[in-house]
Design a protein around this ligand. Structure first.
Ligand code: SF4
Ligand code: SF4
Length: 149
């Protein structure tokens, strides 16, 4: 079971899913005009060999979990340094991937990425406050495995 195990009302869950969907649409719109877009090669989803970590917040987790549940995709533990949803070098949960997955670009503008990340985190933190959720900022492995590091 994931460490993000929230007891929230269905309406509250839907409001969070809608809000995170809006955040992701805004991010996609801003990133669409960025030169050298990500080639979606999947190398950075191997965190260990790429030297990368992915952090996420409760609202992003709720969005992710809702997408997986609706599509009968199981929550998988992360048993190696690679995201368990990378299949054949592609993201198998592309529509529900996290803000960090969307923003990170190994060839992109680091300042822009930090700005977008900060905005996404602030937005999600505010959503937690609005919905009375405990704010956490966990790496993907911790979230999937339910073990604090
Ligand atoms: S969710 Fe998708 S994009 Fe994000 S780390 Fe996993 S495989 Fe990569
Ligand atoms: S950010 Fe870079 S390593 Fe990661 S998927 Fe995009 S092109 Fe590949």
């Amino acid at each position: 079971m994931s460490i993000f195990n929230f007891q929230i009302l269905i309406e509250q869950r839907q409001a969070i899913v809608d809000a995170v969907g809006g955040l992701y649409s805004r991010l996609e719109a801003m990133l669409a005009s960025v030169p050298m877009p990500c080639k979606a090669c999947g190398q950075c989803c191997d965190f260990e060999s790429f030297g990368h970590r992915l952090f996420l917040t409760p609202p992003e987790w709720i969005y992710f979990q809702a997408g997986l549940t609706q599509n009968n995709i199981p929550l998988l533990p992360m048993t190696t340094g690679v995201c368990p949803y990378r299949k054949d070098s592609k993201c198998s949960v592309y529509l529900w991937r996290f803000a960090g997955c969307r923003i990170f670009n190994c060839t992109g503008d680091a300042d822009l990425q930090s700005q977008l990340s900060e905005e996404a985190v602030a937005f999600c933190k505010n959503l937690c406050i609005q919905h009375g959720l405990e704010y956490r900022y966990l790496d993907l492995k911790t979230a999937l495995n339910g073990v604090s590091t």
